[in-house]
Design a protein around this ligand. Structure first.
Ligand SMILES: [Cu+2]
Length: 341
């Protein structure tokens, strides 16, 4: 669907946000000048239509808050200082004043409507996952992500169908224990990035294998809980090629902070080339290992570890965990050696 375009509220106004809100500043790589200029106190620069609507809503609401804050406190301090008893002021009486009561009911009502109207429009657009070009299932595990490219709908549905891999933290143990210096992508680096095409509607189905997780990539305006036994979905359409990072956003155990999400947005041609490469590796691997799916938990490195329920995009993943659990320890290692690109 075509989303209404919100004109960007001038970034000078957004500066108010940067004074008040400490926001996560996830390092970005090769993602255009906007990212180099990004303030670490503001939201990440948006890279999807929904993300820019969220950015503008945040700025708009913050402006409302700032204006109300200044107005209320000015009136209060004016009254305290200039109408004080010691200066001889008698308090004004407007008890049961109908005009005042109507005004202080109608004004907040109007302010709420002005905020709720655009917010509701954005929330409805966020939920519209219809007609995607590509469908990917993201499964949360303690503690990594599994991705399955599904045969959904749309013109790219066959291109990556069947590609499946795990995506685990790539930040070294030495960095985590201060033996080596921490790099810019500390705790935000994975061995296998989720690769998607630019300008295409990507539908993400989220589920989980063990406990609640949440798939969150702020620059793409996406945050969706991953719930064991349920399928939830969300979508994004990236507007710029680049690498965008997020983290699991639902406390999921002791390594909750160690399961980042890295989305690499490529041009459509590059995405097709990447998918073709992975498909070649996959079919080669399937030839070498005759039983690549659930039957071979600790599959040879050549078989890209098959995450559960590839063929059943809308079925709850509840059936899969049992087969998958014993494989977990081995798959992370296998996934790393299997899928170098
Ligand atoms: Cu998690």
């Amino acid at each position: 669907m075509n989303l209404p375009h919100h004109p960007r509220i001038p970034s000078a106004l957004a500066g108010i946000a940067s004074l008040l809100l400490p926001a996560a500043s996830f390092a970005q790589e090769a993602a255009g000048p906007a990212y180099q200029a990004a303030s670490k106190y503001n939201l990440q620069p948006p890279v999807s239509e929904i993300a820019s609507q969220i950015y503008d809503l945040h700025t708009l609401v913050l402006i409302f808050c700032a204006v109300i804050f200044v107005a209320v406190f000015s009136a209060m301090f004016y009254a305290i200082i200039y109408h004080r008893k010691s200066a001889g002021h008698e308090p004004a009486q407007f008890h049961e004043n109908t005009t005042v009561e109507i005004v202080w009911t109608v004004v907040p009502f109007v302010i709420l409507i002005l905020m709720a109207w655009p917010a509701t429009k954005t929330v409805i657009a966020m939920k519209d996952t219809s007609s995607p070009d590509l469908t990917i299932k993201a499964t949360g595990y303690q503690w990594q992500w599994g991705y399955d490219y599904l045969k959904g709908e749309g013109d790219l549905k066959d291109v990556a169908d069947g590609i499946a891999f795990y995506s685990a933290l790539a930040t070294s143990y030495e960095e985590r224990t201060n033996v080596k210096p921490k790099d810019a992508d500390y705790l935000l680096d994975v061995d296998n990035r989720l690769v998607v095409p630019v300008g295409k509607k990507v539908r993400i189905l989220t589920t989980a294998n063990d406990v609640l997780h949440a798939w969150w990539v702020p620059a793409l305006g996406v945050k969706q809980d991953a719930i064991p036994g349920f399928i939830r979905d969300t979508w994004f359409k990236a507007t710029a090629v680049g690498v965008y990072r997020g983290v699991c956003a639902e406390l999921c155990g002791k390594e909750h902070g160690f399961m980042p999400i890295v989305v690499e947005v490529k041009s459509v041609e590059d995405f097709r080339a990447w998918a073709a490469e992975r498909q070649k590796a996959r079919t080669a691997g399937a030839g070498a290992a005759p039983a690549p799916a659930a039957a071979a938990p600790a599959a040879p490195a050549a078989a890209a570890p098959a995450t559960p329920a590839v063929a059943a995009p809308v079925a709850p993943a509840a059936a899969a965990p049992a087969a998958d659990v014993p494989a977990r320890a081995a798959t992370s290692v296998a996934a790393r050696s299997a899928s170098g690109g």
